[in-house]
Design a protein around this ligand. Sequence first.
Ligand code: ADP
Length: 262
Amino acid sequence: MASTSSSSLNFNSLLSSSNHHSPSFAHQTLTPHLHFPRTPSFKHLVNCSVKKIENMKIMISGAPASGKGTQCELITKKYGLVHIAAGDLLRAEIAEGTENGKRAKEYMEKGDLVPNEIVVMMVKDRLSQPDSVEKGWLLDGFPRSSSQATALQEFGFKPDLFILLDVPQDILVDRVVGRRLDPVSGKIYHLKYSPPESEEIAARLTQRFDDTEEKVKLRLETHNQNVESVLSLYQDIIVKVDGSADKDDVFAQIDKALAKLS
Ligand SMILES: Nc1ncnc2c1ncn2[C@@H]1O[C@H](COP(=O)(O)OP(=O)(O)O)[C@@H](O)[C@H]1O
């Protein structure tokens, strides 16, 4: 997979553009060459009869608590892709106490997008690592703006499929507010919908600092402001999935789309 840039854009301006705060740039990116039709390459066509795509490159998008984490776990288990979640990369920086982490947290606290100069290289570096190149990747929570999509495109990263999890807003708030993490197993629970199995687990559950009702509403607003501009760039490869269904039913819909590629 190509991971170097043959950029015709001014990349510094791209990296410093702060997502939805730069409407002129967003406008600039809505050009036809940035659409990613599933046009098979020659190699792809030759390999078709044996195996269609060896290392799938998948993007998954959805509002906060639309179930991306749960579905990503199911997808990676079945298809062996490397799960790369922009939010997890940022939380790891915060946990390590890096300068980027400190800056990122200020934006995350407000439900805003973290500036591109922090998040783009972080994601690009992870996508370039050998495991992602060899196994393929499942990119979660990135791109969240047209400028991030353009950056990825300029670095040579093109998805084969874009999964959109569609969930009504009122369900989302309910899901976020009750969401808890078991720091020992890494498992995600919901106090009402999937409560912990024991008192011991219940006692150690933690809540993400941005999973309050007030903050999720801000995150939803940010999501709604940006989602259309991202979708318009991937319209030819989007599969829209009803994320309000039971998690196995949601996975069945995704699996059907992935099975056609793999
Ligand atoms: N691609 C991104 N660009 C900028 N900021 C991001 C990106 N992905 C995540 N973030 C920041 O991290 C926060 C948490 O993201 P995430 O863990 O994906 O949860 P959610 O999708 O539930 O908001 C976001 O609210 C945002 O501040």
